[in-house]
Design a binder for this molecule. Structure first.
Ligand SMILES: [Zn+2]
Length: 521
């Protein structure tokens, strides 16, 4: 199978599901609306595959050219011709020679079952802890070419640490990905194109087909003792989309027509086993992936650190870090988000505002705790408004962070005689606090974005509203959770004491005092 020429991408067209080759995404009749992958991590990976392909072959010269293709997508002939330039790099199943995302000349290696290619796939430990989120142990035995290509890409872009010498992905293990999505229902083309940068944002030269961009087209840059690391200076800047930290070779076999264990569709070619070996490409240095937010060292001494999926989920407390750039802390949104916020949003008049789609695994070293998928609003702001918002939003989030901490500690006091000795993370309580205050927070953001840039002061009633909202929510959640504890353990005196302490902290904490002082309360 060739991933440029053959129809393998599962999509939804206006009139129903279909499988397409990448260039067919711009077919005008029965337009392609969405990718429909069999798993949520595959969905995110296929988006990144197509964005990477467009960025590699079809980078617009400048903002104006980007805008032209936003208004009118390229023709089928135009896109097909462009993608065909790289078709030879996208053979999936050549027994010898270069194959997509597979080691060029892997001679030995450990033979593994195909389920091992899936990130959460239960190894001994995962099954024991009952943490196999997507797949039940043993169910995935044979996988069709379309699913195996996606699984391979998913692993290579997210690769967690996998034991000695099994390298992590170019953005580290389990990075967070943030994509800009149109505000209204749009074609797949527009969903992808919002995440393709023009040459002013992403420098590329003419494509030179080879291992500089596609590392599988030449011998692997081995990283064993005596081997080497791979920095952005060593290879082409486009390799950021096509990193290959794992040395893998798929073993294809022909079979009677039967069902794929992942997507459930019939196929006549399958993969049941693959070979793998350690010490593949070891990405080091100042790699910055355009689809991921980073924290830069303000002193510029250490390489930038990609944001990862986090225990406790994603929520509005991460909004600043994934949508804005804060020079003082070094937090920087993904480049595609920066391009949208600072340039594109101002050209897209009449369009409804885009949303930010954030996703990624929450990794605990080798195992995936879970998969996060979250949407946040994006705003239309000028530079002065962005500066103001950085400051204001921090105040609101700091206060909410304090309050969620008090809620956690006082609930512990209410529940347990010796609260300090009790382990356990109380994440469910805190998560509920964040989720239930989310809509109010985003409503305030919208009000902030309506204030002109030269207004440096927030109207006091906004502070008052937020202080009241998070205070009342904390007390309400305390009451419902504290009274839910088993009756025989409940000690009303202890509960009342803890509630009193909570109410006091809600008045006197530093962040809450800041809010209250600035409010009209
Ligand atoms: Zn399949």
């Amino acid at each position: 199978m060739n991933l440029i020429e053959d129809a393998w991408l599962p999509v939804l067209r206006e009139q129903g599901p279909d499988k397409i080759a990448p260039w067919q995404m711009v077919e005008p009749y029965n337009p392609v609306l969405e990718i429909i992958a069999p798993r949520p991590d595959f969905q995110g990976a296929l988006y990144q595959f197509l964005i990477g392909l467009l960025q590699t072959c079809f980078t617009p010269e400048d903002h104006d050219e980007w805008l032209e293709y936003w208004e009118e997508m390229p023709t089928v002939e135009e896109l097909k011709k462009t993608f065909e330039k790289v078709a030879s790099a996208f053979e999936l199943d050549k027994p010898v020679d270069s194959s997509f995302l597979q080691d060029f000349d892997l001679k030995a290696g450990e033979i593994k079952n195909i389920a091992g290619l899936l990130i959460e796939s239960p190894g001994g430990k995962t099954i024991k802890d009952n943490l196999d989120h997507f797949v039940k142990g043993g169910a995935i035995r044979r996988v069709c070419p379309s699913c195996v290509a996606t699984a391979l890409f998913t692993l290579q872009i997210n690769a967690p640490s996998g034991g000695v010498g099994h390298r992590v992905g170019l953005r580290g293990g389990g990075p967070l990905t943030t994509l800009v999505m149109p505000g209204a229902k749009e074609s797949l083309w527009k969903k992808l194109w919002l995440n393709v940068l023009d040459r002013d944002w992403f420098e590329t030269t003419d494509i030179e087909l080879g291992p500089g961009i596609f590392p599988w087209m030449g011998p692997t840059r081995i990283s064993d003792k005596g081997g080497k690391n791979t920095t952005p200076e060593d290879v082409d800047s486009l390799q950021v989309y096509w990193g290959m930290p794992r040395r893998i070779r798929l073993d294809f076999l022909d079979a009677e027509e039967s069902r794929c264990d992942l997507c459930g569709e019939n196929a006549t070619s399958f993969v049941e086993k693959y070979r793998t070996q350690n010490y593949g490409t070891n990405y080091e240095g100042a790699w910055v992936h355009p689809l991921t937010p980073y924290r830069f060292d303000p002193k510029k001494e250490k390489p930038p650190l990609s944001l990862k999926g986090q225990q406790g989920g994603l929520g509005y407390r991460h909004w600043l870090g994934v949508t804005m750039t804060d020079q003082s802390s070094g937090d920087c949104s993904a480049k595609v988000v920066k391009a949208y916020m600072e340039e594109r949003v101002h050209s897209l008049t009449g369009e409804s505002l885009a949303r930010l789609w954030c996703f990624g695994y929450d990794m605990d070293n080798m195992k995936a705790r879970c998969w996060y998928d979250h949407e946040m609003p994006l705003l239309k702001l000028d530079a002065a408004q962005r500066d103001n918002l950085l400051h204001w939003v921090k105040e609101l989030v700091d206060a909410a962070t304090d309050v969620s901490g008090f809620l956690r500690s006082q609930l512990k006091e209410a529940w347990f005689k010796r609260a300090k000795d009790v382990k356990g993370d109380m994440n469910a309580v805190v998560l509920e606090f964040w989720q239930q205050s989310e809509n109010d927070f985003y409503a305030l953001l919208k009000r902030f974005s309506d204030l002109p840039g030269d207004q440096r002061q927030v109207p006091p009633e906004i502070y008052a509203f937020w202080a009241k909202t998070i205070r009342n929510l904390a007390l309400d959640l305390f009451d419902s959770w504290a009274l839910e504890s088993p009756v025989e353990d409940a000690d009303m005196k202890r509960i009342i004491g803890a509630r009193k302490e909570l109410a006091k902290k809600l008045r006197t904490s530093k962040a809450m005092k800041t809010l209250l002082n600035k409010s009209s309360l």
